[in-house]
Unconditional design. Structure first.
Length: 202
């Protein structure tokens, strides 16, 4: 049985990483990105999973109340009561609703803070290993030769960079309010001092 502890630890860690992807997936969706567009290390996914479990703990208060009520044989939790199933069903719906609301609100608030910072030209806050930074995107080939996703690249102004993932530089165009993905091999990402910096361009 010496293998049981390492196996349990591995499964627990992988479960946490998977659960942590939920918040990152919702965050990416807010910028019309895929989860794979955010290169997040496993340790940050574990932290995100811990936050998810914290949110779930509030929603699980209702099932906990139900368990205590049944244990103490309160009349509204006794098996066989005509309204017991209805109460259980309502509690389940309420638990799912509260859980969904808390998780969506956590990701939504992060998205709002980032987009509002982009509109103001200030530095956005990090989100569990994702740190958008103002970046000058300098083409290493003529800009009109760069094909990507989103609005055409304007090398004269900074973009919010989410980093490089899948061979693409993942950017956010604050003026257009849209994501931009261009091949990382065709651009050079240079940190910008802020949103008002004039980039060198081509």
């Amino acid at each position: 049985m010496a293998w049981a502890v390492p196996l349990a630890a591995t499964l627990s860690l992988s479960t946490l990483v998977t659960a942590g992807s939920v918040l990152h997936t919702l965050y990416a969706a807010g910028f019309e990105l895929d989860p794979s567009d955010l290169d997040v290390s496993p340790i940050w996914k574990v932290f995100a999973a811990a936050k998810l479990l914290e949110l779930l703990s509030f929603a699980l208060a209702l099932p906990a109340w139900w368990g205590v009520a049944r244990h103490r044989h309160h009349f509204y939790a006794l098996p066989g009561e005509s309204f017991s199933f209805v109460l259980w069903f309502a509690m389940t719906i309420a638990t799912v609703t509260v859980t969904a609301y808390l998780v969506l609100a956590a990701a939504g608030q992060a998205i709002t803070r980032t987009t509002e910072a982009a509109e103001r030209g200030t530095d956005p806050p990090p989100f569990f290993g994702v740190q958008p930074d103002w970046t000058c995107v300098e083409p290493v080939v003529p800009a009109d030769k760069i094909s990507g996703e989103g609005p055409p690249l304007d090398p004269a102004r900074p973009y919010l960079s989410f980093g490089v993932a899948g061979g693409n530089a993942v950017l956010w165009d604050a003026e257009a309010g849209e994501a931009v993905k261009v091949p990382a091999s065709k651009v050079r990402l240079v940190p910008a001092e802020g949103a008002d910096q004039v980039c060198r361009g081509v």
